[in-house]
Design a protein around this ligand. Structure first.
Ligand SMILES: *[C@@H]1O[C@H](CO)[C@@H](O)[C@H](O)[C@H]1NC(C)=O
Ligand SMILES: *[C@@H]1O[C@H](CO)[C@@H](O)[C@H](O)[C@H]1NC(C)=O
Ligand SMILES: *[C@@H]1O[C@H](CO)[C@@H](O)[C@H](O)[C@H]1NC(C)=O
Ligand SMILES: *[C@@H]1O[C@H](CO)[C@@H](O)[C@H](O)[C@H]1NC(C)=O
Length: 290
């Protein structure tokens, strides 16, 4: 009996199953009509095609724009900014010659900043280049020319401001050195062949009688052409930014002196009104003596 009933149930189930698979009366396959299936397939086909297309498009765009050696976005400043070292608070260098603790931090900051410029370190990491010529190391077509070498900037070039001859950079006798750097811009070629850009500093209007005599290192305050172009942090791992040091030889003590240094290169225009830091840097210097 039980066997019969089981067989019957099995038969019923089988019929139901068959009918589910294909119902000849309603023409339904797996419970759906052909047009219903068609719509579903069409929907998924369109959906996945769209997804795949989106993926391919994204990858394509990414691979087109991605370049390990160049930032995808770089601020297109016509004239890059300049910075001074030591930095001080809000571009003010104020100290008292007689109080070592008032200028010691400047000396320490310069020591730290100049450490990578040590001659021995430069000789180990960088190349001795031909001065007064751009150091061009282009990629040839798709073939990368990386890593690229960088030129030596020996600390001793800064002479009296190198911290080697005078380890207090003149701060102890009221003739301080200020280092000036020109922000890196990939691919920039300042100056032109044989004419390096140079820095000049002057007092702002009413302070001009107080600034006294200036001395520049390297001579004429030049950023030699061999340090350009810059190819980026990844391509030029050992790049040393060139520096110019300005030594204030007889600045009037106990007075605020507002100084502005700017870069001079015939292919670098003056900064626009909108960006007053372009191509120039202003700072206040006050040297107190008791
Ligand atoms: C650089 O040279 C100075 C003076 O010779 C030395 O005191 C300093 O430790 C050196 N720094 C590095 C990082 O080698
Ligand atoms: C930098 O100093 C090193 C070590 O004294 C020297 O071999 C090299 O010629 C110097 N480089 C330049 C460009 O003066
Ligand atoms: C960078 O400096 C290291 C030593 O610190 C040197 O081995 C390497 O060759 C240098 N790289 C380039 C591209 O000059
Ligand atoms: C500095 O500039 C003067 C005048 O332009 C020039 O005669 C001299 O050769 C320059 N000195 C150096 C070391 O570039």
């Amino acid at each position: 009996m039980a066997k019969d009933k089981d067989r019957k149930t099995c038969g019923e189930l089988w019929d139901e199953w068959k009918q589910f698979m294909w119902n000849p009366r309603t023409h339904e396959l797996l419970g759906r009509t052909a047009s219903s299936w068609g719509l579903i397939l069409l929907f998924y086909l369109a959906f996945y095609t769209f997804l795949a297309g989106l993926f391919v498009l994204t990858m394509y765009v990414m691979l087109q724009t991605l370049d390990d050696y160049k930032p995808t976005h770089q601020d297109r400043l016509a004239t890059p900014g300049m910075m001074i070292r030591p930095e001080g608070d809000s571009l003010e260098i104020i100290y008292n010659v007689e109080k070592t603790e008032s200028w010691d931090m400047y000396v320490q900051a310069l020591d730290k900043f100049l450490a990578p410029y040590n001659d021995t370190h430069q000789a180990e990491t960088n190349k001795e280049c031909t001065a007064d010529h751009y150091f061009i190391q282009e990629d040839s077509g798709e073939v990368r020319n990386n890593p690229k070498r960088s030129c030596q900037f020996n600390r001793t070039i800064l002479e009296d401001c190198s911290g080697m001859k005078d380890r207090y950079y003149g701060y102890h006798d009221g003739k301080p050195c200020i280092l000036i750097k020109f922000n890196r811009v990939i691919g920039l070629l300042p100056g032109k062949d044989k004419q390096s850009p140079y820095v000049s500093c002057a007092a702002k209007n009413e302070d001009s009688d107080k600034i006294g005599e200036l001395m520049y290192f390297p001579p004429n305050g030049t950023f030699n052409l061999m340090y350009y172009p810059y190819y980026g942090k990844k391509a030029q791992v050992n790049y040393s930014q060139p520096l110019v040091a300005v030594k204030f030889l007889n600045i009037t003590p106990n007075a605020d002196v507002n100084v502005e240094c700017k870069i001079n290169a015939d292919n670098i225009g003056p900064g626009s009104e909108r960006d007053k830091f372009a191509g120039r840097v202003s700072f206040k210097l006050r040297i107190n003596r008791n």
